[in-house]
Design a protein around this ligand. Structure first.
Ligand code: UT7
Length: 325
């Protein structure tokens, strides 16, 4: 058993089709739905998102991100002994996207499973992988967030369809004698299930209920602002660290107003906030590893930096992971 797990490589992938607010507004206008670049930017900070082609699945996006993370870590796929995919838009009802992705990596044998915690999925998955590494069940894990949210959007509902995008991010998490993951803090409260959900399900060969995303944006907004602060503070407390010791805050990328509000409540300068929501939209479980990889590759997040990751979303779920890179 090793005392710690540490991120040794990051990767990400966005499908090539970039859709600007203006382009989306034109497409929606053709359906009689009115929106504008100005409304979307002012209310959310989103300027563009990427949409995957109809035949591209979460595991297709995830495998690109995973290969990049492995390359960054200097590891081969054969060395991976655990795969966890955080997704709410899996390739199939079953098997898991993780098992499908494992096969696409050309490996077999290691455990592979999905974690379903919607936009908190990546912090959940990272926490599970950390626990498995620290207890000796794994040494080299791939933790991936991959989503094709465009598949579950109701393009007749302007209050949700302008918010989300597709993409994937990945990290390699390895057993380490150096501290990496310092603390994590996870929560769920199922009584709020109805404020952000895709209520449909498969039954007798048919889809019962609506298979498209429904969200009460204001209810989610209010809860998100509260729990993101609470969870960050709980995580700092567990790690015995102060907010001034955080070098980078990487919250779930849903809305710039929520992210900046969280940074302000934590008394962190906005320069320490990693923002990719402008170019990615909300990619649910993929948003945090996508933002982390961009920050690493862009030279912001460096080895030794202390980083706070924070997720919040359907369930209602939320949580944070504090780590040293
Ligand atoms: O990933 C999980 C976490 N999810 C989130 O964190 C999302 C949290 N919620 C939000 O980010 C925000 O609540 C939204 C961005 C979804 C909405 O922003 P808001 O400031 O709460 O707007 P609102 O719902 O209060 O709507 C304001 C107005 C309404 O019109 P009236 O009633 O004031 O006449 C809406 O009908 O904006 C209208 N509206 C739009 N107008 C143009 C709603 N969507 C659009 C749109 N384009 N796309």
């Amino acid at each position: 058993m090793t005392p710690f797990s540490r991120i040794t490589g990051t990767g990400s992938y966005l499908p090539p089709r970039r859709v600007t607010n203006d382009e989306l507004a034109r497409e929606l206008a053709a359906r009689g739905i009115e929106t504008s670049d100005q409304w979307i930017v002012e209310r959310t900070g989103i300027r563009a998102r990427h949409f995957a082609a109809p035949d591209v699945t979460s595991s297709d996006l995830g495998v690109h991100a995973a290969k990049q993370a492995l390359e960054a870590a200097g590891r081969s796929a054969a060395e991976v002994d655990l795969i966890i995919v955080a997704t709410s838009t899996p390739d199939m009802v079953f098997p898991s996207s993780a098992a499908i992705l494992q096969n696409k990596l050309g490996i077999a044998g290691c455990p592979a499973f999905d974690v379903q915690a919607v936009c908190s999925g990546f912090v959940y998955a990272l926490t599970v992988a950390d626990a498995m590494i620290r207890t000796g069940s794994a040494k080299c894990a791939l933790v991936i967030g991959a989503e094709v949210f465009s598949r579950i959007l109701d393009f007749n509902d302007r209050t949700t369809c302008v918010l989300f995008g597709d993409g994937a991010g990945a990290v390699v998490l390895e057993a380490s004698t150096e501290p990496g993951i310092l603390a994590s803090d996870l929560h769920a409260d199922g009584k709020h299930a109805g404020i952000l959900c895709v209520p449909g399900h498969v039954s007798g060969g048919n889809v019962l209920g609506t298979p498209l995303l429904h969200m009460d944006g204001q209810a989610v907004f209010k809860l998100a602002v509260r729990v993101l602060e609470e969870s960050a503070r709980a995580c700092l407390h567990k790690a015995g660290k102060a907010n001034t010791e955080i070098d980078w805050l990487i919250p779930h990328q849903a809305n710039i107003r929520i992210m900046e509000g969280t940074a302000r409540k934590l008394k962190m300068p906005l320069e320490k906030l990693v923002v990719t929501v402008d170019e990615h939209g909300n990619t649910s479980a993929a948003s945090i590893p996508l933002a982390l990889d961009e920050a690493v590759r862009g030279g912001k997040v460096k080895k030794g930096d202390t980083v706070m990751l924070e997720g919040v979303g359907g369930g209602f779920t939320w949580g944070a992971v504090l780590l040293n890179m």
